[in-house]
Ligand binder design. Sequence first.
Ligand code: ATP
Ligand code: MG
Length: 185
Amino acid sequence: MIKINKLSKIYEKLTAVDNLTLEIQDNEIFGLLGPNGAGKTTLIHMLATLLKPTSGNAIVNGFDITKESSKVRASIGIVFQVPSSDDLLTGYENLKIHAYLYGISPDIREKRISDALELVGLTERKNDQVKKYSGGMRRRLEIARGLIHNPKVLFLDEPTLGLDPSSRETMGNTSKNSLKKKKCQ
Ligand SMILES: Nc1ncnc2c1ncn2[C@@H]1O[C@H](COP(=O)(O)OP(=O)(O)OP(=O)(O)O)[C@@H](O)[C@H]1O
Ligand SMILES: [Mg+2]
């Protein structure tokens, strides 16, 4: 699913990712642990083609992150460490824009949005502006947004940040269930 080969990122003089080689298999849940400043976000941003590596390369879903960035982007979902939803729009509107951007066809768009809202427990709050959400609700909306186009790979930067214990459990179960489904296919 992901093949990283001698990947490095140097910001001026600071080496954030140092010659990393790593393989992550299909249907694997991979957790990257490290202290603040270890380079986790930098690595995710390179794999998601938001940041150019200084050297080395990686293949995500069979696509080269430096030469096939649009194909990589179409095949992944990402939940950022820092919230990126539009807080003047409602939760529903945020998901709708995302569905448009990812070209989800109109006949399945509404169902995908309602399934995603249901999954993260935001159905009843879908018409509220995001600025009126709690921190954990915002986080849950971002997770729904990351999943709405059924990406093959989902990058979660600090996945449980701000989530209460029950939402953390739901997240864990969702990952395991989607993995089981994939294994059955
Ligand atoms: N745009 C940037 N310009 C210069 N240095 C940067 C930039 N972004 C990150 N860094 C530095 O790169 C290093 C790795 O940062 P990164 O955000 O990848 O770490 P992290 O493991 O995600 O940390 P955290 O657990 O705090 O989220 C840090 O020393 C950081 O200051
Ligand atoms: Mg980080």
